[in-house]
Write a protein of this length. Structure first.
Length: 305
């Protein structure tokens, strides 16, 4: 069984009268891609900053790679890589010079050529940072985080502002890092990103954990409805389906928690009536649907922000 790279127990933090963290506990296994999700103000940034050693906790325990995050000091930071939402590197250095500069801060850095290969910047090694595209600069951020060959990598919104192609490429880079045995601690507002990358998810709201599990189990555990959508047929639907149908122009939508039965009833009727179901689509609940449902429920319970 894999050891834990991160352990958080009863973590607490207040800013004056505001309780940002109210007893948060979770673990992250070594080699896992872990996602911490939550709306703005939920406490996830405070949690990550405590784990990175940039903010003091008021109570509880927080350890990374067996070190207390508040006192691990250099021994811990040598084994951590951090990708912030924005970074400030010298725009007039080349990509290679930038990576070499950060490699010099670590006792056992990863080779420059390997770092550039991992993030797909080999052909930009001699380009100055100021001439890189937004996606390439974000890859350079990841390269900087990898310079010291860290065991744990904190990624904060790693693909913000990416076009779809660049985002998919970045996801493959992150998958590749996980394949090397790195522990990835991810925060993101992109549910597609989390669903594609994460082995496990924790959702935090108002300073408390409100759900956790794999993306698949979180989606499967909630009674969210499947949407069946098709173009309105010329032949009227049977009464049982008409009662639950929502018509928007030429499109019919059926929402159901029992999609197998409804699809069987719909397609059986269409075959017997000789009617086509043009544009038939079945949209199952996504992680985003479940995330919104969970966080909205947490807010409705009146938990303090």
């Amino acid at each position: 069984m894999a050891a834990n790279a991160v352990e958080v127990e009863d973590l607490r933090k207040s800013y004056g009268p505001v309780q940002a963290l109210r007893g948060v506990s979770f673990t992250v296994a070594e080699g896992e891609v872990f996602a911490l999700l939550g709306p703005n103000g939920a406490g996830k940034t405070t949690t990550v900053e405590i784990l990175e050693g940039f903010r003091r906790r008021d109570g509880g325990r927080a350890s990374v790679l067996g070190f207390d995050s508040a006192s691990g000091g250099r021994r811990l930071k040598e084994q951590m890589g951090i990708v912030l939402q924005t970074s400030g590197v010298d725009p007039y250095l080349t990509v290679a010079e930038t990576v070499d500069m950060f490699r010099g801060y670590y006792p056992r850095p990863r080779s420059r050529d390997e770092v550039l290969r991992l993030v797909g910047l080999e052909d930009k090694r001699d380009s100055r940072v100021t001439r890189l595209s937004g996606g390439q600069k974000r890859r350079l951020d990841v390269a900087i985080a990898l310079a010291g060959d860290p065991r744990v990598l904190f990624l904060d919104e790693p693909t913000t502002g990416f076009d779809p192609g660049a985002r998919r490429n970045a996801w493959e880079v992150i998958k590749g890092l996980a394949g090397l045995g790195k522990t990835i601690f991810l925060t993101s507002h992109s549910m597609d990103e989390v669903q594609y990358l994460a082995d496990r998810v924790v959702i935090i709201a108002a300073g408390r954990i409100v759900a956790e599990g794999t993306p698949e189990t979180l989606v499967g555990a909630r009674p969210a409805k499947t949407v069946i959508r098709f173009q309105a047929p010329r032949t009227p639907l049977p009464e049982t389906l008409r009662k639950m149908a929502r018509v928007d122009g030429e499109t019919v939508e059926l929402e159901t928690e029992d999609p197998t039965r409804i699809l069987f009833e719909l397609t059986s009727w269409a075959v017997n009536a000789g009617s086509s179901l043009d544009g038939l689509q079945v949209t199952r609940p996504s992680l985003e649907d479940v995330y919104l449902q969970i966080t909205n429920e947490a807010e409705a319970l009146g938990a303090p922000a």
